[in-house]
Design a protein around this ligand. Structure first.
Ligand code: MRU
Length: 360
């Protein structure tokens, strides 16, 4: 499957338009589901702002957006000397890396472009610029393929008629393909397994309510929206046979950072003897970290909680704590679904073994 014939029913969350002097088009996810609007990024500041404000969000998607952001940043001044070009590349990567701290895909994509430039020091600026665009496109294409494989690996874990719970949005909007957790559901449905998805609304920014339900309904997958606090009760009612979520960064031992609330869902699943799976591409692993305690957790503005979507719901001046992610320890994760296969049990050894499986 290539980017040109991406499924019509899929959402093209990001799209590069034109050649090296082109621009990045993306769906403004902050407006969904009430309004479908695409925005154009013609400068690196607009890309940075889009990542920071979650117009583009989800670990793989922000990595791809950042890669194209570098290409945009280098559109001016390609006539200067190569060291100047490299210097501007470093500045653009450093700037984009400051947009959000938790999803490792962002840093992984930026490192990939910088390493490529470092390996080709004799190319002219124009040639190097073209190679960087090719690399950004390759990152996008690879992500599409990884999503597809994750769907195939994960669908094996579901049975006909299963109720499955997910948290946040790990769908097509968050990747260049069909998503990670949602790719598993799409593939299971395609195989006729007749699953029913329960989507946590995912406070405070409601990615589950706004985005996951939107994607599933577009694909005609049965979905029921619940508030985050209902997850335990629907498990108790035996409506859930498996939980599948995405991840933003996975440490070498399998500890996984994902949207705030994921840890609570994993604990609830464990107490109810329900398998809890993470679905993520290899680009979401950070093997430089031995455990999840080293993962930086983004803290966002108090207004996301006190004035959600513009409506004040708490007293002015109240003290607020707003971590955007939490870390689920590996011991609560039944398996990690990757494009290279299923990591099970989730141990340092098994993470290393599965990730080293050659894909070619
Ligand atoms: O703050 P967000 O909306 O970027 O958080 C996204 C998530 O937590 C997703 O579950 C994760 O990035 C995986 S997306 C395939």
């Amino acid at each position: 499957m290539n980017l040109q014939n991406r499924m019509a029913s899929d959402v093209a969350t990001l799209q590069w338009v034109g050649g090296t002097n082109g621009y990045l088009q993306m769906i403004d996810q902050t407006l969904l589901p009430m309004e479908f609007r695409e925005i154009e990024c013609h400068d690196v500041e607009t890309v940075w702002e889009a990542i920071k404000k979650l117009r583009v969000r989800g670990a793989p998607a922000i990595g791809i957006a950042a890669a194209y952001g570098v290409v945009i940043a280098l559109q001016t001044g390609t006539g200067s000397e190569r060291p100047d070009f490299d210097q501007r590349l470093t500045e653009a990567a450093t700037y984009l890396a400051e947009s959000r701290p938790t999803a490792v895909n962002l840093f992984w994509a930026l490192d990939r472009l910088q390493n490529l430039a470092a390996s080709l020091p004799t190319l002219s600026n124009a040639e190097m610029h073209a190679r960087l665009l090719d690399e950004a496109r390759r990152i996008e294409q690879e992500d599409l393929e990884m999503c597809h494989k994750i769907g195939e690996v994960g669908a094996e874990l579901l049975s006909k008629g299963d109720g499955v719970l997910t948290h946040c949005n790990a769908g097509g909007l968050a990747t260049s393909g069909g998503g990670t957790a949602l790719a598993v559901f799409f593939e299971a449905a395609r195989q006729g397994k007749e699953i029913h998805v329960y989507a946590d609304e995912t406070r405070p920014l409601l990615q589950g309510a706004r985005l996951t339900t939107w994607e599933l309904m577009r694909r005609s997958i049965p979905v029921t929206l619940i508030t985050d606090s209902m997850a335990g009760w629907v498990m108790q009612e035996q409506k859930i046979q498996a939980v599948v979520t995405g991840a933003d960064r996975i440490a070498a031992n399998g500890d996984s950072a994902n949207k705030i609330g994921t840890y609570s869902v994993a604990l609830l699943a464990s107490l109810h003897d329900i398998p809890f799976y993470i679905a993520a591409p290899s680009s979401t692993f950070d093997l430089s970290l031995t455990s999840g305690s080293q993962i930086p957790i983004e803290e966002r503005l108090p207004e996301e909680i006190t004035h959600g979507f513009g409506t004040q719901t708490a007293p002015v001046g109240v003290d607020v704590y707003n971590p955007a992610f939490d870390v689920t320890p590996a011991k609560y994760i039944s398996g990690i679904i990757t494009e290279r296969g299923l990591i099970q049990p989730v141990t340092t050894e098994e993470v290393a073994r599965v990730l080293s499986i050659d894909q070619d």
